[in-house]
Design a protein around this ligand. Sequence first.
Ligand SMILES: [Fe+2]
Ligand SMILES: [Fe+2]
Length: 330
Amino acid sequence: MATEQISATDHAAVRRRAEGSATLQGPSTSSPTAPSVTSLLDETTARLRSMHKNQVHREPWPEPSTFDRSAYPEGLRRSAAVQWAGRARNEHGSVHQFSQLLHTFTRARVPGQILGALSRLITDEVRHAELCAATALAVHPEGEGSKAFRFPLPGVPWQPPPAPGPDGDAQAIYRWAADVIITACCIGETLSRPLLAAVETVATDPFIEGVAAQILRDEHLHATFGWEALSWLVPRLDDDSRAWVQGQLPRRFAGFERSTARGVRIEHVAEQAITIDPGDPASPNLGTLSKPQYAVIYFATFESEILPKLQDLGFDVGWAWGARLPLLEG
Ligand SMILES: [Fe+2]
Ligand SMILES: [Fe+2]
């Protein structure tokens, strides 16, 4: 029977088990007007599946079918699916952003070492998007098709990439790329590491811990790519470009503070002893963090790592940190 040919580690098979379907092929429950983030798990062809698996999956690959839904109340699973579906959208957003950066770097004719390292990041983000979507589906298959699983068009928080100058000069691309790398890698990826480590710490389910651990294996490399690529770019920026990149910092800081600290102010975090403690099976956690936990990780990572490293590269972070405040009020 066709379904017996499907590996136990195939996420599409997990979808079919969750849906109680025995068909080999078939679209997700998403429709053209309401795409679902679980469409990332849809079947294509047997050969593409094999190529994808060889390139993207790696051991130990967390197996969604090992997750025991009956052990947890529906409300807890639904809340967890909201966060995991959101992570799937973010990881897919990284594929979108990094592939735009890669495409633009080819127009600047940067060294192959940069193209190769960045290509690795893109593959990793595909892995993460797939894992997070599979986790959302495993913990709350009843929610597929709901708002929690929405899959809107991905976007970027920066302007479209410029073309090289008339004589092929790459300066405009360098300055654009420096801002993108600061945003997506030096800030975004540096924050990903402690956030994923916290998810792994608070989770009380072995499958969820396995997913967080698998993603965490890659994220340290992604932050390193950002800092190394920025250190390659900064000496290539002329004075105007350097000033322009510096001028972008307040809005980048404010953007992340809004999305990650989620309205929790630094004064609030400083006053409270918010900790990330190992989860207690008596009060199960399927990989969810509270708003204060997101905020404490955000501010601690900014203070201990992101601001000092930007300063070492010559940016005036004291000015930028102060200049973010009016943007937060707006
Ligand atoms: Fe990722
Ligand atoms: Fe990443």
